[in-house]
Design a protein around this ligand. Structure first.
Ligand SMILES: Nc1ccn([C@@H]2O[C@H](COP(=O)(O)O)[C@@H](O)[C@H]2O)c(=O)n1
Ligand SMILES: C[C@@]1(CO)OP(=O)(O)OP(=O)(O)OC[C@H]1O
Length: 160
C-alpha cells in the first residue's frame, strides 16, 4: 500500500425557514437553514466523509448514526474532531482537502476566510491545507430553487 490515499465526500441537506444555517463551522445569517439530525453542516459532513473514505473507515453515518439521540442537534465540529482522531489513530495525517459547496444564496465569498480558519483549528492543520469553493447551479435543480444545499470534497491523506 502507498503512503498516500485519496477520499471523496458528497452530501445534501434540505433548506427550510426557521432553521439555523451552519456551514463550515460558522453560522450564516440567512432566512433559511439546513435540516438534519445534527446541525446539518453539509460542508463538514463532506469533509468527514472524504477523510473517512481516504482512510477506509466507512462513512459519517456509520460512526454517528442519524438514529442515535446522542447526535440530535450536535455541532458537526465535534464530529469532525472525532474523525480527525480516527484517522490519526490509524497513522494518517491530512495533506490537503478541496471542497465545493453548491448553494444559490447566500454568497459564501465573504465567509470563506472565517470558514477556513474555523476548519483549520478544528482539524489541527494549516489554513492553506483547506480549500473551500462555492458555486450556484444557475437557478437549476433543488439548489437553484433554494430547496437545498449540496457539497463535494476530496481529501488527500498520508501515512506519518
Ligand atoms: N453561494 C455562492 C455561490 C457562488 N459564489 C461565488 O460566485 C462565483 C460565481 O458563481 P457561479 O455559480 O455563477 O459560477 C463562484 O465562483 C463563487 O466565487 C459564492 O461566493 N457563493
Ligand atoms: C451527521 C449525522 C449525525 O447523526 O446526521 P445528519 O445531520 O442527518 O447528517 P447526514 O449527512 O444526513 O447523516 C450523517 C449523520 O452521521
Amino acid at each position: 500500500m502507498t503512503n498516500f490515499r485519496i477520499g471523496f465526500g458528497y452530501d445534501v441537506h434540505q433548506l427550510r425557514e426557521e432553521y439555523d444555517f451552519w456551514l463550515g463551522g460558522i453560522k450564516l445569517d440567512h432566512e433559511k437553514g439546513a435540516v438534519g439530525h445534527s446541525d446539518a453542516d453539509v460542508l463538514i459532513h463532506v469533509i468527514c466523509d472524504a477523510l473517512l473514505g481516504a482512510a477506509d473507515l466507512r462513512d459519517i453515518g456509520f460512526h454517528f448514526s442519524d438514529k442515535d439521540p446522542k447526535y440530535k442537534g450536535i455541532d458537526s465540529k465535534i464530529l469532525l474532531g472525532e474523525v480527525m482522531q480516527l484517522i490519526r489513530d490509524k497513522g494518517f495525517e491530512v495533506g490537503n482537502i478541496d471542497s465545493t459547496v453548491c448553494l444559490e444564496m447566500p454568497k459564501l465569498k465573504p465567509h470563506i476566510p472565517a470558514i477556513k480558519e474555523c476548519l483549520a483549528e478544528v482539524m489541527g492543520v494549516e489554513k492553506g491545507q483547506i480549500s473551500v469553493k462555492a458555486t450556484t447551479t444557475e437557478k437549476l435543480g433543488f439548489v437553484g430553487r433554494e430547496e437545498g444545499v449540496s457539497a463535494y470534497c476530496v481529501a488527500l491523506i498520508y501515512k506519518v
